[in-house]
Ligand binder design. Structure first.
Ligand code: GCV
Length: 663
């Protein structure tokens, strides 16, 4: 079948350097036996070397030494570890596990696609996070919650679809080192509750098998109220013996029917979803009950910490949504069983363009933890606006929680280094859909690629990752590389400049979350306020206010608690600040707001000029795709600028020093 969808970064082109062809004349695989993963790795090699060098790699003859040798070595290091060594005429790929082979093969192909040579290569790579997952928020009806690139390619009209695109998806995931996929939305409703029933077992099993052939483990989002909704019980109380018995029978059936199932992701007691709170039980009670039952099957329970009161009264200045995750989970630290992982969003609110790090990181001392980020650009431009998120993720990973004297950064905690635990890792809410280019905006694929690479190797820089992605996607032409880097590397700051200032977040159109509405959520139940009045704005989360700042370990707590030491990009998140307060730049807060909003729009205008300079150097369809979106980004940026500036001018009555148009 002719593929009409993008091959993203696996778009193998003819190589300009034929000297590397020599490593792909003959192949020997030693020690792995029959294996679908190895077969797929070899198939990928064949596909790529044919496209790059026009060669078909041969099986080694008995009297020959293979030019490429894939060899199993004694298990050492983590699953997925591999070594590449070039010696004489031979390139050798050594790995302890099949996943290692897969990742090693993709490493070779990446180097070749980037125009690098394999001569003298000697390297060893080990995945740093045990779990490297993408979370789909795909609904079985086919739509995607917070999806901006079409509909689901897993589900259409309540049926599971498995075709060539599914296989390509698995290849993409394997090529960036992912090892876990949650296919369905954490809001498990309607047919999705039946994924763990006979109605869907066969298809889920088929999908799981396919994933397994690419080193991917399948996970499902679980409806906590399944005993009621599909079991016919009147309760989902984790202490009720009938409920426990129901789950025991159900889990035995699920793990028997679905091979390669890793476990479940659970959103409980959150935004209307059922959970243990209904029965006066704790989050640990709910998670542990399920974890104990899946343990004999090697299963894990990934339990989300996004639990907060979403029926707040805006007049209530004491309740602070930012505190909720911490307050709901910290007391049971140490109570969660060994195969429970708490999945924590990077910030205490909800994937805003700028937030502090959740204080659960560094607060939880005895619990398995996973970091959850979002590459679906829910609050960062809907894959219309350009927003390369890897620099933000780097900041998160490098944040020092001061939980211990050393090895206390977020990256240490989630890799298992801090606590020496094995059930840890990183997950992202994915940005894919059935658009032919997978991510809506072609440039949003940099986040899809980048998250995987970063999850595997947290020491890579945002720039290195971007360089890889550009070369693999658009080729190695210098002008293309430089221009796209100049566009994407500052794109997060650009988006921040024309949207909500200094960490306060929100100000988005309610429900859709694209476009500006300064007061859209201000008087609502969601706990997401900016508290602007005639004199100033921002939420007082210091010891005088909600006390949120004090949830951090020292010296972070003291740093955030005082406006003078609080990092300025988060000033309004932690403090209520007067419009005439002088920032370190010497500008007043209000002038900073005006200036950044004008600058943000100017920066988008420059993005357009930069992209236009690439016309003819980028495939036409890709060029037009981003070009059209840049127009929408400019419109969006202007709207934000005018609405934010006018709103705060009217509130403060302080004019712009530069006398620009503010309404
Ligand atoms: C899947 C935010 C989003 C919801 C999402 C929720 C979550 O509130 O707007 O769409 O639901 O986060 O992470 O569970």
């Amino acid at each position: 079948m002719e593929k009409n969808w993008s091959q993203l970064w696996l778009n193998y082109r003819k190589s300009e350097d034929s000297s590397q062809k020599k490593y792909f004349e003959s192949l020997e695989v030693r020690g792995f036996g029959e294996s679908k993963i190895i077969a797929n790795a070899v198939a990928e090699l064949e596909l790529a070397t044919k496209a790059m060098f026009g060669v078909t790699i041969q099986q080694k003859k008995p009297d020959q030494t293979a030019t490429l040798c894939i060899e199993k070595v004694d298990p050492e290091g983590k699953d997925g570890t591999y070594e590449l060594i070039q010696k004489g005429h031979q390139l050798s790929l050594q790995a302890a596990t099949e996943r290692g082979v897969l990742y090693g093969v993709f490493h070779i192909l990446r180097l070749l696609s980037m125009g690098k040579r394999l001569d003298s290569i000697r390297l060893k790579k080990e995945p740093q996070n045990p779990l490297r997952m993408y979370n789909h928020w795909d609904n079985m009806t086919g739509d995607i919650e917070r999806g901006y690139s079409g509909n689901s390619f897993f589900f259409v009209n309540n049926e599971i679809v498995i075709d060539e695109r599914t296989r390509d998806y698995a290849r993409f995931m394997a090529s960036i080192g992912m090892n876990g996929i949650v296919i369905n939305n954490v809001n498990v409703k309607q047919c999705a509750s039946l994924l763990i029933t006979d109605r869907y077992f066969d298809k889920v099993a088929e999908l799981s098998r396919l994933f397994g052939e690419y080193g991917l483990t399948l996970y499902l989002s679980l409806n906590y109220a399944s005993p009621i909704e599909i079991g016919g019980l009147d309760s989902a109380d984790p202490f009720d013996q009938r409920v426990i018995g129901w789950w025991e029978t159900k889990m035995e059936e699920i793990f028997r029917r679905i091979p390669n199932l890793g476990g479940f992701l659970v959103k409980a007691d959150s935004e209307g979803r059922p959970g243990p709170f209904t029965y006066g039980r704790t989050q640990a009670d709910g998670a542990n009950m399920l974890a104990d039952i899946v343990k004999p099957y090697g299963g894990i329970i990934i339990w989300r910490c996004f639990v907060y009161n979403c029926t707040q009264d805006w007049r209530d200045y004491k309740t602070d949504r930012a505190r909720a995750g911490y307050d709901n989970f910290i007391e049971m630290d140490g109570d969660y069983h060994e195969n429970v992982i708490l999945q924590i969003k990077n910030g205490p609110m909800d994937f805003q363009i700028r937030e502090p790090i959740s204080p659960l990181f560094g607060g939880l001392q005895k619990t398995n933890q996973m970091l959850e980020v979002q590459i679906a650009q829910e609050y960062t431009g809907h894959q219309i606006d350009i927003c390369y998120l890897i620099p933000m993720f780097k900041e998160i990973l490098e944040f020092d929680t001061y939980m211990r004297e050393k090895n206390s950064k977020v990256k240490d905690i989630i890799s298992g280094r801090t606590l020496g635990n094995r059930y840890t890792g990183i997950a992202a809410v994915i940005n894919t859909g059935n658009d032919l280019n997978w991510t809506g905006n072609v440039l949003a694929a940099a986040n899809l690629y980048g998250f995987g690479r970063l999850a595997f190797d947290m020491e890579l820089s945002a720039e290195e990752i971007l360089e890889e992605w550009v070369a693999l996607t658009f080729g190695t032409e210098e002008r293309v590389m430089q221009t796209i880097k100049e566009m994407l590397l500052p794109s997060r700051e650009i988006y921040e400049k024309y949207t909500s200032p200094l960490g306060i977040g929100w100000m988005v159109t309610p429900n859709v979350h694209y476009g500006c509405s300064v007061d859209g959520y201000e008087y609502s139940r969601w706990g997401t306020y900016h508290r602007a009045d005639h004199f100033g704005m921002g939420v007082d989360r210091s010891h005088n206010g909600t006390g949120y700042a004090l949830l951090y370990n020292e010296p972070n707590a003291s740093m955030y608690d005082k406006p003078e030491t609080c990092p300025e990009e988060l000033l309004l998140f932690f403090h209520h600040i007067a419009y005439d307060y002088r920032l370190k730049s010497g500008k007043t807060l209000i002038q900073h707001i005006y200036d950044t909003h004008f600058e943000g729009v100017e920066a988008v205008e420059k993005l357009i000029t930069a992209w236009e300079s690439l016309k003819g150097l980028i495939p036409e369809a890709d060029y037009e795709n981003a070009r059209e979106r840049l127009d929408r980004q400019l419109y969006n940026a202007r709207e934000w600028r005018d609405q934010v500036n006018s709103y705060f001018y009217r509130k403060s009555a302080i004019p712009d020093e530069k006398g620009r148009a503010i309404y």
